[in-house]
Ligand binder design. Structure first.
Ligand SMILES: Nc1ncnc2c1ncn2[C@@H]1O[C@H](COP(=O)(O)OP(=O)(O)OP(=O)(O)O)[C@@H](O)[C@H]1O
Length: 356
């Protein structure tokens, strides 16, 4: 690993799924969905990034690809400089094994119960990964680690919770137990895929606070996935992290809270703001920010800018050209994929679209 390698680095990552066309498909037709399209992204130590976007825009697929649980169709994903899929194939110069990579990149799901065996007491479910990854630890030491972490996440006395079965815990308790399970492995990154969505609103804030507090202690990076801009804003504000907005497989805008929430460039980010009523009460009367509500068929993406059929600012050029990343003021990491972010683009002389 080079000293300057980011903890996680994705370069030109695309993920395609082909459905149908198999021997049992009587029509013999196959359709390809580009769930993730040309995403390049670096995540540093103790960094927090929240992915937001509508259902089906590719957030989970991108998250899974980041932690090595989904193979990209093209592009590379590197953990501390090691190509994850070369490590998986054990091809060439592998400095970090695939097992070690998967151990360092953990996931918490929306349905935390699915991570715990319903027929096992919580203690047994938590002991197993410790036994697997830290075989030198004795039983007592393993139990001690689990007890300490349960105290830390407010589940005290730990014995009261650890002897229960998953169905005997509340949603918030289960989510904390699963967080402990991930933290026990000392991961460099936790992918929290809609991890708080199923909780009551009051518990959501508590859980976000807890995760961010533990981030300092465990020096973990987080990749949060949320469909809710107000949660993304809360996390990014508290952690000083970034927000990435996805639309039909692409990151269309990425930046800090100031960039994404206060001063968005992309009309799609503005539409998400509009939909998050409590964030923008002043704009409640503002014009509806989409020309069409329906999301295009992901197996048949529109030419040009994929957002143009819904974009109230679309012009002819948006039908013809696909926007590149426009970085503001020489910023290397953050950008918007919209012609409007470039004040010199031919977009400004292009006629408005009137007929779609
Ligand atoms: N295993 C799969 N096989 C085929 N298509 C898939 C598969 N996984 C995801 N897709 C498709 O890829 C696209 C992106 O899905 P993904 O679940 O990543 O989106 P998402 O933004 O996480 O959505 P949600 O918020 O509903 O979970 C969707 O069109 C989905 O139907």
């Amino acid at each position: 690993m080079g000293a300057s390698d980011p903890m996680l680095s994705m370069d030109g990552v695309s993920v395609e799924f082909t459905n149908g066309g198999g021997p049992l498909d009587i029509f013999g037709e196959s359709e390809t969905v580009r769930a993730v399209s040309d995403v390049s992204l670096d995540l540093g130590e103790q960094e927090t990034l929240t992915l937001i976007g509508e259902s089906g825009c590719g957030k989970s697929t991108l998250g899974k690809t980041a932690i090595g649980a989904q193979k990209p169709t093209s592009g590379t994903v590197r953990y501390r400089g090691q190509d994850i899929w070369k490590a998986k194939r054990n091809a060439g110069d592998v400095s970090i094994s695939f097992d070690e990579i998967r151990h360092s990149l953990q996931i918490i799901h929306q349905d935390p119960g699915s991570a715990l065996n319903p027929n096992q007491r919580i203690l047994t479910s938590l002991m197993l990964p410790l036994k697997k990854w830290y075989p030198d630890l004795g039983r007592e030491e393993r139990e001690e680690r689990i007890h300490t972490l349960f105290e830390r996440v407010g589940m005290s006395p730990p014995g009261d919770y650890l002897n229960r079965y998953p169905h005997q815990l509340s949603g918030g308790e289960t989510q904390r137990a699963v967080l402990v399970r991930a933290l026990l492995l000392n991961p460099d990154l936790i992918l929290a895929d809609e991890a708080i969505s199923a909780l009551d609103v009051s518990l959501r804030v508590e859980m976000m606070d807890l995760m961010l507090e533990l981030q300092d202690i465990f020096q973990t990076s987080y990749l949060f996935i949320s469909h809710d801009l107000s949660n993304a804003r809360y996390i990014a504000e508290k952690s000083g992290g970034r927000i990435a907005v996805m639309y039909l497989g692409e990151i269309v805008e990425i930046g800090t809270v100031e960039e994404i929430v206060e001063n968005p460039q992309h009309p799609y980010t503005k539409a998400l703001q509009w939909a998050t009523a409590n964030l923008y009460e002043d704009d409640a009367e503002a014009e509806f920010p989409l020309r069409k509500i329906d999301v295009p068929d992901p197996t048949d993406l529109p030419a040009g800018c994929h957002f143009h059929p819904r974009c109230p600012k679309a012009r002819e050029v948006c039908r013809q050209q696909h926007p590149e990343r426009v970085h503001a003021n020489g910023d290397k990491e953050n950008y918007a994929r919209c012609f409007r972010a470039d004040e010199n683009h031919e977009y400004w002389d292009s006629p408005e679209i009137t007929d779609e």
